[in-house]
Design a protein around this ligand. Structure first.
Ligand code: SF4
Ligand code: SF4
Length: 428
């Protein structure tokens, strides 16, 4: 992508504390760079202070950022629960850290989920209830979704709270009637995983006997995506490693050829070691991933997909740091991380388990919960990272397990900034 700032002799700059991009003329940039800001025109000086690109020397910058994150957590007004309706899944993806079974959420645990939500909403501190149906494959636990949704929706309505639900599914059971039912049950977002075009996806996301899954998922996807009455948000996640690196562009072209580029939110995620299961032979080095992502984002943009060139502020990194947000697995166990239940490598009892619904230990925390304190104490490199305000630290669990979780934006933010200005402001 051509860099417009070169021709215009100016600099694109990104203030991560406020997630604000700005273009500076070269003279102003040199003054900033050489610490001669007092010579800047007053308007520019004001703007740079407002976007927190310039700060006073005596500011405790890390303290301010982390305390803002902590304040955002305290004032978060959504009661959020991830519910694993079952530990079953039809697929046998080699990179999945979960051990699947046949457990379904029991009637007793469903009642406890409702009671736990009722207790939380009775405090009067929430304005919204958020649910994420997760698995295993959550649609294999459709009876729980069918039973719990109206009860949770009713509780939310009685407490004057908005209700929003998301489903993260492999897409195999996502028939039109199922989707219509999910919408009636308050689902506003459906996320499906496709790991590249057919030949790539089927080598990875096959069923437990090795049979392919792409065609059935694709048929389901295009049917619901093309249906004007199905208005929920549709996302496609593509997990990428060395084995399907070349499959991303053919997949996005297939989606665009189906006329669905503007309908779907497409994103990639790097496959990494999960639950002690080594994927290192196939995992992309973060530099390789960040480089490949430039091609994917350019292709997405050229094909008419919406592209988020720049990261947004991320004061709440994930549910691990939200005291009342929990994942409930199909055994009624409580966690504060979506990648810990059903993972045999985490032992019995699971080292990340916080308690269970029956023992009402839902307010318990663990080492992941105090991640922001750890960042403030500079126990992780995030304490000295310029990306912290737009990254949040990426993944408390991976830091605790000794792997660096830094997002690709840390490595390709310069290119992203150029692309942002090339495709937006300077084109208009
Ligand atoms: S996870 Fe990486 S990019 Fe994010 S704040 Fe920490 S060190 Fe920076
Ligand atoms: S700790 Fe990491 S894996 Fe767990 S929920 Fe947070 S971001 Fe996800």
């Amino acid at each position: 992508m051509r860099d417009p700032t070169t021709a215009l002799n100016c600099r694109a700059v990104f203030a991560t504390r406020t997630a604000t991009p700005v273009v500076l003329d070269e003279k102003s940039w040199q003054l900033v760079k050489n610490n001669r800001c007092e010579e800047l025109p007053a308007q520019i000086l004001n703007d740079l202070h407002r976007m927190e690109l310039l700060i006073d020397d005596d500011q405790d910058e890390l303290g301010i950022v982390v305390r803002r994150n902590m304040a955002a957590i305290r004032s978060d007004d959504t009661f959020y629960t991830v519910i694993q309706t079952t530990d079953a899944c039809q697929l046998g993806c080699g990179y999945c850290g979960q051990k699947h079974g046949r457990t379904q959420l029991s009637d007793d645990d469903q009642s406890r989920i409702v009671q736990r939500a009722a207790n939380a909403l009775a405090t009067g501190t929430y304005k919204a209830m958020g649910v994420c149906w997760f698995g295993g494959e959550p649609l294999l636990g459709m009876p729980s979704i069918r039973k719990l949704s109206p009860l949770l929706q009713k509780l939310a309505a009685q407490a004057n709270c908005r209700y929003q639900a998301k489903v993260i599914t492999n897409g195999i059971l996502l028939k039109q009637d199922v989707v219509e039912e999910l919408l009636r049950l308050g689902v506003h977002e459906i996320e499906i995983t496709l790991d590249g075009d057919r030949e790539y996806h089927d080598k990875r996301r096959h069923n437990k006997a090795g049979a392919p899954s792409f065609d059935v998922i694709w048929r389901n996807f295009i049917r619901i995506a093309a249906d004007a009455d199905i208005t929920c948000k549709l996302s496609i996640r593509c997990n990428v490693d060395r084995r399907n690196l070349q499959g991303v562009v053919p997949l996005v072209r297939r989606i665009a050829d189906a006329g669905l580029a503007s309908r779907v939110n497409f994103y990639t995620a790097s496959v990494y070691e999960w639950g002690g299961r080594s994927t290192s032979a196939d995992a992309l080095h973060p530099d390789e991933y960040a480089t490949a992502e430039k091609e994917w984002l350019t292709e997405l943009y050229n094909l008419g997909f919406a592209v988020n060139w720049l990261p947004q502020k991320r004061p709440i990194v994930c549910l691990a740091v939200m005291p009342n947000a929990k994942l409930v697995d199909a055994h009624g166990r409580l966690f504060n991380c979506t990648e810990t239940s059903y993972v045999p490598e985490y032992g019995t009892p699971n080292i990340y388990q916080l308690g269970s619904l029956s023992a009402d230990e839902s307010s318990q925390g663990n080492a992941l919960s105090v991640f922001n304190d750890d960042v403030l104490a500079r126990r992780f490199p995030c304490g000295d990272c310029r990306m912290l305000p737009v990254c949040g630290g990426a993944c408390p669990k991976r830091w605790h397990e000794g792997t660096e979780p830094c997002p690709s934006t840390k490595r390709n933010i310069d290119w992203r900034l150029t692309a942002y200005f090339a495709t937006t402001h300077l084109n208009s």
